[in-house]
Ligand binder design. Sequence first.
Ligand SMILES: [Zn+2]
Length: 502
Amino acid sequence: MMEPLIKGPAGLEYLKKAFANRYGPPTDAHTSLPLTMQWLSSVHSSAEQEWDEYKDSVSSLTVNNERLYQGLPPTTLRTGGSIPMASRLGSPSSKGERVDLLVRVGLLKLVNEIGGLMLETLPETLKLNLSRLRGVQSQFQKIIVIATRSLYSMMEPWGLSLFPSERIWRARVPPKVAFFAWEASWGKVLTQEQLQRRGFSLANRCFLCLSEEETMDHLLLHCIKTRILWNLLFSLFGISWTLSGTVKTTLLGWNGGFVGKRRKKAWQMAPLCIFWSVWKERNRGSLAESHSSLLRLRIWFSNSLIANVYLKQSLSLSLSLSLSFFFYVLMRPIFHVYVFYSVLVLRQTLLSENMVTTAADMENIVSSCIKQLSKLLDTVEDVGISEIVGTISSFPEGNNHTLNPEKLQARKEVMANMLGKSLQAGDAIFTRVSHTVYLAARGIVLGGNGLKGRQLAEAALRRIGASLLTENVVEAAEVLIVVTTVSSSVHGAWYEELVKNL
Ligand SMILES: [Zn+2]
């Protein structure tokens, strides 16, 4: 959109004039640019902190990576391809100058939002860049989705053949899932209500919401926790649907002729999957009597957000793929989440201790660690953090013998700490991955698309095993540098005026 206009200084002058004609002189900025004002002040409070964090990561980079990167040519960088400004201006890294920093961080935060950018709410100074920024936004969302998926396949290397998303489509649901739905619809499942009828005296309380009475219909259809899943499902299919009162009538009325041939299988599987997931959850909750079920439903929900993003943004991945991913995630037992975080912790520890030198070694260690963890989780009921840490701290195998007892103990404590933090409510996989991608992008946006920025991005992505995506992050993020550079030259006077009173 603005490409033909930014060929040189004359182009910038032209843009400046056009902007002044539309919004008046910089001295009027406070009244004429309310959205820009709002945008800058929303970034204002965090920009300093972002800058400090950035500088910290630069200095730790120098310490950690000097050895690794010695001998590399200082400029293996792309010049920004078809985008003329980045190369013309040479060094696009930030010096931390106030307006420049605010615009860079502000742009990063804009494209990091989940919802699509809208012309009406975009700052006045950026309106010409709407489609460009939307493009960056969807690139970041794609990267997040790919990174998350690759994490799943990493934590379960053999699982792709056992439970591939394709197979969910071709096969029907597993027999036990179908069987459960059949039982539920005939009222044969042992809920508390059923137990009471048989003469057991129990406080009949739903284990998910902890407030309503537990009946099969409440649990599987009407509980507010279950509703999250149903609503998500309906929004994925883009329909509104009223659930019937009972499990049986819901299944009887579940005709999906309108969803189309391609989505029909998913539609048919959906209620069975939800019943099964909720039932598994309920039994875990009732055994442990804990609130952890809230966390798990939230984790499902966050993961499903990824699928949701596909649909809302109409990204290139097909509808069927995103839906199968949704069910794939939905039907995963909780212990995968433990395995997932344990593997992250192990990777982080090994990297920080410089225990592993090649990617292939790392993959081997990770995959045998996953096998041992899965065995542990399958055979031991109520596995706690200490058992998990006991397993992961023994990697690389034989490590226990070479470390002295105090050192091993310290290592275990660090791991337990990290794992505990990771499993805290809200820190779901999606949040984790998207934050990492944000940090990687910040490395580029503040550090430039040269070697420094690249190293920062790669270091961030490596923590989730996604360093292969560095180039994609660079490509998306360098557009933001260009937008910053152009916008600062064109709107600099207006920005200065607005920033004065922050
Ligand atoms: Zn409930």
